[in-house]
Design a protein around this ligand. Structure first.
Ligand code: PLP
Length: 470
């Protein structure tokens, strides 16, 4: 047989092997450790192998067991970062997308994939009350935010042809995600020109400060490029007052972008919390967070695709679209920074159709309810305190039974111990200089009993750490 070819029988055997292993992994999630017992040395020794010059055949697949053993699995007690716990139906979509190996550049490269992506984007926009918005699927929220700011800059301070000519500014609260600081740097706007606006006690952007900072900058000769709002800050899930930020952006003729990578999809369950989402010029979301899709799947929605084309259309002859039909001449690369694009819509399309929006609404509602339950348990525990209001599903808290000056170090040690104990996996945040333990529930497998283990494990870890140091 020619190199790299598989017979149908070989393919079927291998696929069956992966399917069996996947089925076992999913069944075992309930009882697996929340974090593997491993070390940098151990995984390096296991996986840092010589480049194989001759094929190992099925032996390569045998090592998938070792991969599982050293992965951070999607257990029901995983609440770190902001990361969905992965829908297996969507995973099958990902697998099938790779089998089809479509390159979703433009309609003529992949008719079905383009139509499916456009349809899925329309569904997402509708589900969030942003009817009429279009957009593109991206690698994640960071890519969506970068694209949004590139579009905003080209709309308000065109620089594609001659580079940045005037001083422009971007506004966001001090709680904005780090991807914004990266995007501003990559776009040549400069992080000095990212104005970080103070927040209120509930961690939302202070509108009076925002308005004053913009006015001061305009007087000093800056062009306000964009005003950003968080629809769920990454630390605490705070939702800025979207209507007021929208009005302020409009008043100063700035682009209005919402970073909804963490929270916006929760509008499917609790739309009232997100009033003003539809006022955005652009909106980032992350289906690989609160729609439980396997990584990667982000999304940028925008009101006017003309602005996206102004930023990104730059077509070489080899990609010129030679078609007049409005559907058949559509090209994602005219509205995206990417040319070759994965068929990400396949997983969303299968997953949304298989489960239906009612099931997603219910899963998101459960996450929100579990977060409130956890907050209540923490409030009822004398050794623990909540460090921020729980607006969405991020719960920030800490252990308090030590002198104040020791609390940051102690809670960092407690977090390390919680992870070593292997029952729950949570992460951390810094809030007003305080080291916070942070449980973010975006997990369709979580139950009330699972979430309660955050409390029992924190107290158990605290006891261990305190005993050792006394
Ligand atoms: C996760 C997140 C991002 C970045 O998204 P990625 O998919 O990780 O690139 C941006 N903003 C917020 C608020 C987030 O929670």
């Amino acid at each position: 047989m020619a190199p790299l070819q598989l017979s149908p029988e070989e393919f079927h055997t291998l696929a069956q092997r992966v399917t069996d292993l996947s089925t076992r992994y999913l069944a075992d999630l309930e009882t697996m450790r929340a974090y593997p017992k491993t070390s940098g040395r151990e995984v390096a020794d296991l996986f840092d192998r010589p480049l194989p010059q001759t094929g190992e055949g099925e032996r390569a697949f045998a090592d998938l067991e070792q991969v599982i053993a050293h992965c951070r699995p999607n257990v029901p007690r995983f609440y770190a970062y902001v990361l969905g716990a992965g829908d297996p139906v969507a995973a099958l979509g990902d697998y099938f997308a790779s089998i089809l190996n479509q390159n979703v550049t433009a309609w003529r490269s992949s008719p079905a994939a383009v139509a499916i992506e456009r349809s899925v984007i329309n569904w997402l926009a509708q589900a969030l009350g942003c009817n009429g918005f279009t957009g593109t699927l991206t690698a994640g929220g960071s890519a969506a935010n970068l694209m949004a700011l590139a579009i905003a800059r080209e709309a308000k301070l065109p620089a594609n042809e001659h580079g940045v000519q005037r001083k422009g500014t971007i506004y966001a609260s001090t709680e904005i995600h780090m991807s914004i600081g990266k995007a501003v740097a990559m776009l040549g706007i400069g992080r000095d020109n990212l104005r970080l606006v103070p927040v209120n006690s509930d961690h939302t952007i202070n509108i009076t400060n925002l308005d004053r900072m913009i006015s001061d900058d305009v007087r000093a000769g800056y062009t306000p490029i964009a005003v950003l709002a968080s629809a769920g800050t990454v630390n605490t899930g705070a939702i800025d007052d979207l209507q007021q930020v929208a009005a302020t952006a409009r008043k100063h003729n700035a682009w209005f972008h919402i970073d909804g990578a963490y929270g916006a999809l929760a509008a499917i369950a609790v739309p009232k919390k997100f009033a003003g989402l539809d006022l955005a010029d652009s909106l980032s979301l992350d289906p690989h967070k609160w729609l439980y899709q396997p990584v990667d799947c982000g999304c940028l929605l925008y009101r006017d695709p003309g602005h996206a084309r102004k930023a990104f259309a730059y077509t070489g002859d080899y990609t010129k679209v030679l078609n007049e039909d409005p559907l058949e001449s559509f090209a994602f690369f005219e509205e995206s920074m990417e040319l070759s694009r994965r068929f990400r819509a396949m997983k969303l399309w299968l997953s949304l159709r298989y489960h239906g929006m009612d099931s997603f609404r219910e899963a998101i509602t459960n996450d929100l309810t579990l977060a409130q339950h956890l907050a209540k348990r923490i409030n009822g525990e004398p050794g623990l305190e909540l460090l921020a209001p729980v607006t969405l599903s991020a719960v920030c808290f800490r252990y308090t039974q030590a002198p104040p000056e020791r609390l940051n170090q102690l809670n960092a040690a407690i977090l390390k111990r919680i992870i070593q104990r292997g029952r729950v996996f949570i992460s951390n945040a810094t809030l007003e200089g305080k080291f916070a333990l942070r449980a973010c529930i975006v997990n369709q497998r979580a139950t009330q009993a699972d979430v309660e283990e955050v409390v029992t494990e924190t107290l158990a870890a605290a006891r261990e750490v305190c005993n050792e140091s006394s």
